[in-house]
Design a protein around this ligand. Structure first.
Ligand code: DP6
Length: 369
């Protein structure tokens, strides 16, 4: 646990706050991300059972403003953390935020000396079925690392800053660790990927086929309802899953093959792996002890339509799914007009209130204040 040890050691110097630093505000916009290789199953302390690969989105993000004020009673009483989501107090997410503060206080002990007001909002509608934990936890982690930088002048450089933000994001939500970098991002150790780690995500710096820089993601919303089984419960079901070891092996192999496809620009290989990952994720849910599915009839209808369209039009179009029934239709920007027509004519009928989000590969988080 190389990073954990380092951050614990650093924490010894992050206790005393200067009088001049008694209050302030920081704000970050952080994106959601979509995994092509799926994280499904974790060990203690938010460590993944297999490596995953994702890219951040452009239009789906969270903006978080963190206001801090030094407490008179310095650390004697627990910090007050007021969490306001889209203008209103939100107790569900508010308690997750409190757990997050507790988890990160080991690495950022100075936060115990402050009270906080956190205002957060998402670019995507609250009930759009898009998981917001990656964008919201990473936005919060980025604010806290910025606070450390303001108060103590550390982390010293940009690389160290984002590494720590990724590490802390992970403690809030595993997939959030991948939201702080642009490009293709890997979280989880793979022996063939230098620098990869279970503790934090890394941006892959190798040369990939440039066409994948223009990846677009049409998020087709088939249901905005609350999920029957949460991701956390889903991860837990992998602990006693009969196929767990095979699944973790499959994800590792798929990751290496996907890297090859990204390098060579092999579209067929890309499609094969990405759809295999999406369906394997949902197959795990069905084959678990609980035996459930998050997919609905319209998810399947869209899936068949996409495969049929690809066959007929010989165009690069594929899909992935996260832990829910909405379909992420992936294609290249140069085919936008054609794909928009396909969505309008053939897919919108399967979307709840014809709702979809026209998203694409994004540029990563932005500091707002
Ligand atoms: C299916 O990151 O939401 O989207 O770590 O418990 O917060 P926690 O889970 P979460 O799981 C995401 C699972 C996934 C696949 C992925 O994003 O890799």
């Amino acid at each position: 646990m190389k990073f954990e040890e380092k951050y614990k050691k650093d924490a010894l110097k992050l206790g005393q706050v200067k009088l001049s630093d008694r209050q302030g505000a920081i704000s970050w916009r952080s994106p959601s991300n979509i995994a092509l290789i799926k994280y499904w199953g974790k060990r203690q302390n938010q460590l993944p059972q297999n490596p995953s690969l994702s890219f951040v989105l452009d239009k789906s993000f969270t903006e978080t403003r963190l206001k801090y004020r030094y407490k008179r009673n310095k650390g004697k009483m627990a910090s007050k953390i007021d969490f306001i989501f889209e203008g209103k107090p939100n107790s569900d997410f508010g308690s997750r935020v409190k757990d997050f503060f507790l988890a990160v206080s080991e690495f950022l002990p100075f936060i115990n000396y402050f009270d906080f007001k956190i205002e957060s909002s998402n670019s995507f509608p609250h009930s759009s079925g898009i998981a917001s934990s990656a964008s919201s936890m990473s936005a919060l982690a980025l604010c806290l690392v910025s606070m450390e930088l303001k108060l103590f002048g550390t982390p010293k450089d940009k690389k160290a800053f984002f590494q720590k933000a990724s590490f802390l994001s992970r403690l809030g939500s595993g997939s959030a660790s991948r939201s702080v970098f642009n490009g293709f991002v890997v979280w989880g150790k793979h022996k063939n990927i230098p620098g990869s780690s279970d503790e934090l995500a890394i941006r892959l710096n190798q040369q990939f086929s440039p066409k994948f820089n223009s990846l677009k993601d049409a998020i087709l919303i088939t249901s905005t309802g609350k999920k029957k089984v949460s991701s956390s419960a889903g991860h837990q079901l992998m602990e006693s899953h009969p196929y767990a070891a095979i699944r973790f092996r499959q994800a590792k192999d798929n990751l290496l093959n996907l890297l090859e496809a990204l390098k060579t620009g092999d579209e067929q290989m890309f499609i094969g792996i990405v759809e295999n990952e999406a369906l394997s994720l949902h197959a795990m849910m069905m084959a678990s002890e609980e035996g459930f599915t998050l997919l609905n009839e319209n998810t399947w209808k869209i899936l068949y339509k996409i495969r049929q369209y690809r066959k007929e039009h010989k165009v690069f179009i594929t899909l992935t799914l996260d832990a829910g029934p909405n379909v992420h239709l992936l294609y290249l920007a140069k085919q936008e007009t054609q794909i928009f027509q396909f969505i309008q004519k053939e897919l919108l009928q399967f979307c709840e209130n014809e709702h979809w989000i026209d998203d694409k590969i994004g540029r990563g988080p932005i500091k707002l204040i």
